[in-house]
Design a protein around this ligand. Structure first.
Ligand SMILES: *Cc1c(COP(=O)(O)O)cnc(C)c1O
Length: 359
């Protein structure tokens, strides 16, 4: 069974990461690929990336952009070593926020964190707590499609922005660390982490990394020192920088974060409205916290069959997060996704539903 080609999206990539990379970005004139990351022009590309992120996120006075290798996951360990003084609080309501909380809980030099948990599909926020010096939560829990408001708590506020950054409005002054990987809404490839650090976060990291033994590659102070020179502590993937640079240029030329936020809102509405109008599909995330960038939909028909028919028809990466083990579809609605492709996906899914359940 194949979806009629007249219904199919032109670009069938709907994964939450690695996510769709615009075809034009894959044909860059990059004479600097295969040249030293310690020399220009790579250093000037890194400088451009840092500046463009500063513009995109409208950085408050004193905030700085740092980057390094290892992806957002590496920061879960670095945060415990470089930013948490004694005790953290973490909001945990899915796979990614759960891993972040577990990484902090595993560090023997810290007190056990307070972990606030909610069932998948639901949201839970931090709450001010005596004795807590660092608060951690995701902006967007990618495994369940649940999005939290970004607000400051009474301590360093450390936000995993990975699947929101570049697609959802954020007031950076409400955070001390807003960190992300580039293979989601930033349409690049994996391997890198990026973090926006407040003066308070920089001060905390400088103090704790002077007092504690911290491995070099987990040392945020060393990462920031290298970043200030438009370098990384060790060699970055130049292709990842290349694609990130192209996406940031596109985002700024299209109107920056406000425009991307509007685009993701409109993109996600196409899928939520389709699900609400479809008898066998139901938006999964709690209504007030539905993500703008990653849409999850429970289905009454077998998700595996839907995913397989789609895959054979060129529509890929729409299965639910595997660890969640639900009969679910998950569809990215990042800025690089086009509304016509999302509408075509919705029509394709409706067609698949009619084949599987022709009542
Ligand atoms: C994808 C993702 C991560 C992990 O990113 P890596 O680059 O694979 O380390 C962390 N947090 C969230 C919210 C994510 O979506």
């Amino acid at each position: 069974m194949l979806i009629p080609s007249s219904l199919r999206p032109l670009d069938g990539r709907f994964g939450a990461g690695p996510s769709r990379i615009p075809a034009a970005h894959l044909h860059l004139d990059a004479t600097w690929m295969g040249t030293s990351h310690r020399a220009s022009p790579v250093k000037s590309i890194v400088g451009d990336i840092r500046n463009m992120l500063g513009t995109l996120f409208d950085l408050p006075e004193g905030y700085e952009v740092a980057l390094g290798n290892g992806g957002a996951s590496l920061l879960w360990d670095a945060i415990g070593l470089c930013l948490v003084e004694r005790k953290a609080q973490a909001a945990s309501f899915g796979a990614f926020s759960g891993k972040a909380a577990a990484a902090i809980a595993a560090q023997p030099q810290l007190d056990s964190p307070s972990v606030r948990t909610a069932e998948p599909g639901h949201a839970i926020e931090c709450v001010n707590e005596e004795g807590v010096d660092t608060y951690l939560y995701p902006h967007n829990e990618t495994s369940t499609g649940v999005m939290l408001p970004v607000r400051r708590w009474d301590g360093l506020t450390v936000v995993d922005g990975t699947s929101a950054a570049g697609g959802v409005d954020v007031d950076i002054s409400e955070t001390d660390v807003y960190y992300f990987s580039p293979q989601k809404a930033l349409a690049s490839d994996g391997g890198l982490w990026l973090a926006i650090l407040s003066p308070a976060a920089i001060e905390r990291s400088e103090r704790l990394t002077a007092e504690r033994w911290v491995p070099d590659l987990l040392n945020l102070t060393k990462a920031l020192e290298a970043s200030r020179k438009n370098q990384t502590v060790n060699t970055p993937a130049l292709a990842t920088l290349n694609l990130l640079h192209a996406q940031l240029r596109w985002m700024l030329s299209e109107g920056g974060l406000a425009a991307m936020n509007a685009r993701c809102l409109a993109n996600s509405r196409i899928i939520y409205e389709w699900a609400e109008a479809t008898s066998w599909a139901h938006p999964f995330a709690e209504k007030d916290y539905r993500s703008r960038t990653v849409v999850t939909v429970d289905v009454d028909l077998p998700a595996e069959e839907i995913v397989e028919i789609c895959r054979r028809s060129g529509i890929v990466d729409i299965s639910g997060y595997r660890g969640l083990k639900r009969n679910q579809l998950r569809i990215a609605t990042f800025p690089q996704m086009r509304d016509q492709d999302l509408r075509a996906l919705a029509e394709s899914l409706t067609w698949v539903g009619q084949q599987l359940d022709p009542r």
